[in-house]
Design a protein. Structure first.
Length: 375
């Protein structure tokens, strides 16, 4: 008997679940994080190393998942300034345990450090933000602390492109059945495939993924930009082109197809039948990877897929890989990922699944000699 398909939400449910109104008012504040009063003034800004796509406008406006901010300071504390937008943050000082800051009100938050010496701080975005951008205004040295130069960019870079399986949708949930607020609270990109894989290689990373979207067709056929259509832009409004100076990933990991194929075609969709959908998917996916190859001449591409939809997704991704190879692409691998439990929200991958997927991808990367030396 084939396993049932995951219950993936309609676009209305996805957007509702990720909207500002649907997010619960959570305390979500870890020890060592103290909100400052409304009149608190920011000190000297810390130079930052930023991972992911941001627009520098009244702070760092971001919408793609997995954004992170890293800085260095000397002293007993540092301040984080958060702007508008519902966001779930994970804060680490000197590589310590993550301190959650969930749906913070705009303002300054004091982050304590142990001792008055030199410290590193990292602030990760764990949540998805389809409904609109969120803003992190920066990190600041209060009185008694000193801003230090930003951490250096890492030599290794990985880009992840995908859908909810890349975002980490509901991956920390203990149950498959989740309300909208639980989906939002239990999504953690830092513990998903991107965070686990990048940590393994001590790599900088971008996560350019949107739940519910596909290569040519979104889940259930709902109307919204597909991932290739949204990909060129810094935010989901399609207004500002994404630019990240110095971004030259040695590895690009792509997982797209679940939303193209996990639901039947409906009357009124533009494909006459499944064969037409396959042909459009194959043509568009190969063109998308071709564009990425022009942007990243030396990158190695990993195209992975689960065994869902009776194997249709994996068959199509494998076919795309073969087509690319036939066209002369040599630095590419198809990586099937089988046997996942899908115990997260709405039968999405859970944390164990994410670790298994990351390990499978890592084996494909490790099989390529000198992969990190290619730029």
């Amino acid at each position: 008997m084939p396993r049932p398909l995951p219950r993936i939400l309609s676009v209305a449910a996805i957007v509702a679940g990720l909207s500002l109104m649907a997010v619960p008012a959570l305390a979500g504040q870890g020890d060592g994080v103290t909100p400052l009063g409304a009149g608190a003034q920011a000190g000297r800004p810390l130079p930052l190393h930023i991972g992911g796509r941001v627009v520098d406008r009244d702070g760092y406006r971001r919408q793609w998942p997995g954004t992170y901010f890293e800085g260095r300071f000397r002293g007993p504390a540092v301040d984080l300034s958060v702007g508008p937008g519902a966001v779930s943050l994970r804060i680490r000082v000197d590589g310590g345990a993550a301190m959650p800051l969930v749906k913070p009100q705009p303002g300054l938050y004091r982050i304590a450090a142990k001792g008055a010496g030199d410290h590193n701080i990292r602030v990760d975005v764990a949540s998805e933000s389809q409904a609109g951008p969120t803003v992190v205004r920066g990190l600041f040295a209060p009185q008694g602390s000193m801003a230090l130069p930003a951490p250096a960019a890492r030599a290794r870079q990985i880009e992840f492109i995908g859908d909810s399986h890349t975002v980490g949708y509901g991956n920390t949930s203990p149950d498959r059945q989740c309300s909208q607020d639980v989906i939002w609270r239990t999504t953690d990109t830092t513990l998903g495939v991107p965070g686990v894989t990048a940590a393994r290689y001590d790599a900088d990373y971008q996560v350019n993924a949107i739940s519910g979207r596909g290569i040519v067709r979104n889940y259930g056929g709902f109307a919204a930009p597909t991932v290739p259509e949204a990909y060129p832009y810094a935010l989901f409004d399609g207004q500002i082109r994404a630019t990240t100076p110095g971004w030259h990933p040695q590895v690009v990991v792509i997982a797209l197809g679940t939303n193209d194929f996990s639901t039947p075609l409906k009357p009124g969709e533009r494909w006459a039948d499944r064969d037409a959908l396959h042909a459009d998917y194959e043509r568009t996916y190969t063109a998308f990877v071709g564009g990425l190859r022009k942007a990243y001449p030396s990158a190695f591409f990993v195209l992975w897929a689960t065994d869902r939809a009776d194997g249709e997704i994996a068959r199509e991704v494998s076919k795309v890989t073969d087509m690319l190879r036939a066209g002369g692409e040599k630095r590419i691998a198809f990586v099937p990922v089988n046997g996942l439990a899908f115990s997260g929200c709405d039968s999405h991958p859970d944390l164990a699944d994410d670790r298994l997927t990351a390990a499978t991808i890592e084996r494909a990367i490790d099989a390529q000699p000198g992969i990190w030396g290619a730029r």
